[in-house]
Design a protein around this ligand. Structure first.
Ligand code: PMP
Length: 459
């Protein structure tokens, strides 16, 4: 049957069966490690996503260098997924390897500040244009703390986000729309999450205005460009309206650059010149060593974290916003962050990688045109997305309608079987600062071969 995507569904099913068999035959050692792991870890993996993020059995990884990594069966993969953007510095970037080795040898954790923390905070202030910074171990935790600060300062509870968003696995953000009802996204969450969150379609200014009107929204949390349902670009004027409406409603604004930081040296907020109360980052800022961070204005910092928070009597409630953790801002993470931000993620590295991003997006676009498939290709700097519809989605609702999970799953599997680690979960391929032209050309050539096979089964 011909589908909306232009690819016949029986073709997808036939290729999927063949590719799964090919995958199983080539990954015997991963399969046997997984069997052993099942005795000590549910699903045979140390973290459930390492199974659920992929449509094929988990591959056990061994080593990585630059744009590639190897698995225990001896396959080498050209990495276009970058560990969901965390690997944007490339695998084993030398400045970070050296900084982390040095730091480990000299002590990695003191629960005290060190000079690296100042360098990183100063750097982030300049790069992302907010003056005051705090650190966590992940972007999820950075968003969690920003939500708590916004709730405390406004005395409101609701967090407004855009349909199709992802901001981490913190309770307040794990809601989705079912029709026009907000429901918990996963199990194990309190029912109250749905009353504390509101979802609106991206680019819908009237919907946003109506959702802010009750003046019960503490924070709007959004990416500058949505990246977790393909690439959804802000329509002209949308960000200006968002800033104006949040100010008018007494609502804080947080821009989550965890993914979109790969788009431009100063993030997409910098690219668009956006003003914000908070900006959150994580993943790639320390080359995948756990480090999350949030920036805020002087005013927010002064009101939320005034000097002199001291614990009182044992077990008492005390007047301080719930932030922090024993391992947060540890010396190892700060050393990795310093090296990654100042020596790897440089303006020159971004210039180069963005050129490669354009080469990749153009190449994918040409392959799509050559196959006559009714698909579009969107680009955000180093990152691209092929959508199974003639024009890019303008919001999460449109993106969902356009998607075809079976086709996307097959494309990933086909690529893995040919040495390309394709991205998943509505993300699209990204070039890291360690990729080169040959990597991009290899990706584009394989992508073209795949489209050819999808559309010309007789060949
Ligand atoms: N924000 C955004 C925009 C993300 O895409 C993600 C992860 N995909 C997160 C936050 C959470 O990152 P982490 O899982 O590293 O906490």
């Amino acid at each position: 049957m011909q589908t909306r995507t232009g690819v016949r569904s029986e073709r997808v099913a036939a290729m999927q069966a063949r590719e799964l068999a090919r995958f199983a035959a080539g990954h015997a050692r991963s399969a046997s490690l997984r069997e052993r792991a099942k005795a000590s870890m549910p699903r045979g993996v140390p973290m459930s996503w390492m199974e659920s993020l992929y449509e094929y059995p988990p591959v056990f990884a061994e080593t990585g260098a630059g744009s590639r990594f190897r698995d225990v069966d001896g396959h080498e993969y050209l990495d276009m997924y970058l560990g969901d953007m965390s690997g944007f510095c490339g695998h084993a970037p030398v400045p970070v390897v050296e900084a982390v080795g040095r730091r480990m040898a000299e002590g990695n954790h003191f629960l005290l500040p060190g000079e690296d923390a100042i360098v990183v905070a100063e750097h982030l202030a300049e790069r992302y244009r907010l003056p005051q910074w705090q650190f966590t171990l992940s972007a999820t935790q950075a968003n969690t703390e920003v939500i708590r600060i916004a709730r405390q300062l406004t005395g409101r509870e609701v967090v407004l986000m855009f349909d199709g968003k992802y901001h981490g696995h913190g309770d307040p953000t794990l809601v989705v729309l079912e029709g026009d009802r907000t429901v918990p996204e996963l199990q194990g969450l309190p029912g109250s999450v749905t009353g504390q969150a509101r979802l609106v379609q991206f680019n819908d200014v009237a919907g946003l205005e109506a959702a802010l009107a009750p003046r019960d929204v503490a924070l709007v949390l959004t990416e500058p460009v949505m990246t977790n349902v393909g690439i959804i670009e802000p329509a002209p004027g949308f960000h200006a309206a968002l800033r104006e409406l949040t100010r008018a409603a007494g609502t804080f604004l947080a821009l989550d650059e965890t993914h979109s930081l790969v788009g431009a040296y100063g993030g997409m907020a910098g690219e668009f010149g956006l003003a914000t109360d908070f900006l959150t980052v994580g993943k790639a800022i320390a080359a995948g060593v756990p480090l999350g961070a949030y920036g805020m204005t002087e005013e927010v910092a002064a009101r939320s974290l005034p000097a002199g928070g001291h614990q009182l009597a044992m077990g008492d409630a005390f007047a301080e916003i719930a932030t922090g953790g024993t391992l947060f801002a540890n010396a190892l993470a700060m050393a990795a962050g310093r090296a990654a931000l100042t020596e790897v993620l440089t303006p020159q590295a971004f210039d180069r990688a963005r050129e490669l991003g354009t080469r990749m997006a153009d190449g994918v676009r040409e392959a799509v045109a050559a196959s006559s498939l009714p698909w579009n290709v969107a680009q955000m700097g180093t990152h691209a997305y092929y959508g199974f519809a003639p024009v890019p989605a303008r919001n999460g609702a449109e993106a969902r309608v356009n998607d075809d999970p079976d086709l996307r799953a097959l494309m990933r599997l086909w690529m893995v079987n040919r040495g390309v680690w394709e991205s998943g979960w509505w993300l699209g391929p990204t070039v890291s600062v360690a990729h080169d032209e040959a990597d991009v050309d290899e990706y584009v050539a394989k992508f073209g071969e795949l489209l050819d096979e999808l559309t010309h089964p007789q060949r």
